[in-house]
Design a protein around this ligand. Structure first.
Ligand SMILES: Cc1cc2nc3c(=O)[nH]c(=O)nc-3n(C[C@H](O)[C@H](O)[C@H](O)COP(=O)(O)OP(=O)(O)OC[C@H]3O[C@@H](n4cnc5c(N)ncnc54)[C@H](O)[C@@H]3O)c2cc1C
Length: 452
């Protein structure tokens, strides 16, 4: 049984059915719509029609190449529906959805049922792929299954910046009062003079924001959102800034305990950038959850000293997003540790972005098929982006877990470090594809999908 015929659910259904499993795929639309979907089509792309870069040296492109090798349905259809968009894989979204519908509905082992599922059967093998806008009744049942404290309803995401794009002639390493600094330097600090700070705050206050949907207004006002979760500490940076010119300098940009080694003095204000991975390839802008439009984030956040050339791996966001505490709840096969018959895929598993969600659907479908057939799971090589992404969500710190998007920094480091970023990305990508190809050759008998 698969709940949700979105990106992850359709890919999962196909992967399982191709492995000889009979699938019942449940989709609640159009009987019950979500706040973001507009059609009754399967695998509807709710926002952008771009699946990210198609280049294998970029994270979405590497996921694409890996999924192509694993016979992904959605990758095949995406290629058939591709529209010109430079190096990005953009698709005609209507055609994409139509073709997914056709493939799913014509598969002899998939039955598509239009119905809202309100309870997760405890005695069946189930893939829950109901997405960021999981219906309330199902979310309530999932809470019962895993514990209310492990299901989140909103996202307040701060942007993530590529490490190499930060100007380290301006940003300095060090943590407040030099507490707990590791060799890698846990934080980079962007120091503001008073003039720079005031110019930044003024730009922030006049920047354009994304209009919030009614359910998202809850975040803005900081009221209780969903069950058991408060967002007092997660207000958007622009809302905090509106409280007065000094609000940020006394809040997330407070300079206390930080001395700029180049001046020997405490800056007027400081943005702290926190390491996101072990390779210093990505940094989180501490306290910078925001509702600014993406181009505005480019414009305004680049006014911060040290970030003039910043390249954003993820923009800040505030939106309704149901996801579980994956490191606490999921094993590496995307099964609930407490209920191994239940697999979680897609955004609900804490993966961000279309491509990552499709990849998790593919893996959950393959794994559920192995589970049902009592066969060992196929463990893809560690070097692949798919494995790295799942490793990232399942081995993160459960205390501070936030959804993760595929990026090159989550791949295991190269044995021989490569300084140049593009060369490094190329080597990482080649290593992953060769490892996967070798793996597939060795395991061809196990991989062979059943004849239709
Ligand atoms: C508003 C918004 C915009 C986004 N924009 C982008 C973007 O531009 N680029 C990007 O990479 N990512 C984006 N994302 C993030 C994410 O990649 C997408 O949401 C993606 O569609 C998630 O895939 P999924 O399969 O997990 O969920 P979905 O594609 O949403 O599929 C889940 C399906 O489950 C169904 N469902 C829900 N509850 C039930 C139930 N109880 N019973 C039966 N069916 C149910 C839903 O109707 C839906 O069809 C966005 C997310 C949101 C919320």
């Amino acid at each position: 049984m698969i709940i949700g015929a979105g990106l992850a659910g359709c890919e999962a259904a196909w992967a399982a059915a191709q492995r000889d499993i009979s699938v019942k795929l449940y989709e609640m639309r159009p009987l019950k719509m979500t706040a973001a979907h507009r059609t009754d089509g399967l695998a509807e792309l709710v926002c952008s029609n771009s699946l990210g870069s198609a280049l294998p040296d970029k994270a979405p492109g590497l996921l694409r190449a890996e999924m192509q090798m694993l016979d992904s349905l959605l990758m095949k259809i995406a290629d058939e529906c591709r529209v010109p968009a430079g190096s990005a894989l953009a698709v005609d979204r209507s055609l994409f959805s139509i073709k997914v519908n056709e493939a799913i509905e014509s598969h002899p082992r998939i039955e598509l049922i239009r119905k809202e599922i309100t309870e997760i059967p405890r005695d069946q093998v189930v893939i829950v792929a109901s997405g960021p806008l999981t219906s309330d009744a199902l979310a309530a049942d999932l809470s019962k299954l895993i514990g209310e404290e492990h299901l989140y309803f909103f996202d307040a995401l701060a942007p993530i910046i590529e490490g190499d794009s930060i100007d380290q002639k301006i940003a300095f390493a060090g943590s407040r009062y030099n507490r707990g600094v590791t060799e890698k330097g846990d934080y980079l600090n962007c120091p503001f003079t008073r003039e720079e700070y005031e110019a930044f705050v003024s730009a922030l206050l006049t920047a354009e924001t994304i209009p919030l949907k009614p359910f998202e207004e809850a975040i803005r006002s900081g009221v209780k959102a969903g069950k058991g979760l408060f967002f007092e500490g997660c207000l958007p940076i622009e809302i905090l800034a509106a409280r007065g010119m000094d609000a940020l300098a006394f809040g997330p940009l407070r300079p206390i305990g930080l001395i700029d080694p180049r001046t020997g003095r405490r800056p007027w204000a400081v943005l702290q950038l926190r390491l996101e991975d072990n390779f210093a390839s990505a940094y989180n802008m501490v306290g910078f959850q925001t509702n600014l439009r993406y181009p505005e984030q480019d414009r305004v956040f680049r006014l911060i000293p040290g970030l003039a050339e910043a390249s954003f791996l993820r923009y800040g966001q505030m939106h309704r997003n149901s996801y579980i505490n994956a490191p606490a709840q999921l094993n590496q096969f995307l099964q609930l540790k407490s209920h191994p018959n239940v697999f979680i895929a897609g955004q609900l598993s804490g993966i961000e972005g279309y491509m990552g969600n499709i990849a998790s659907g593919l893996m959950s479908g393959m794994n559920a098929a192995s589970y049902l057939k009592r066969e060992p799971y196929l463990q893809l090589p560690e070097e692949t982006m798919i494995t790295s992404l799942i490793r990232s969500i399942t081995s993160a710190d459960p205390e501070s877990f936030q959804p993760i998007k595929a990026n090159m920094g989550i791949l295991p480091a190269l044995k021989e470090p490569v300084k140049q970023k593009t060369d490094r990305a190329h080597k990482l990508s080649q290593r992953s594809l060769i490892a996967l190809k070798t793996f597939l050759l060795k395991n061809s008998a196990k991989m062979d999908p059943a004849e239709q």
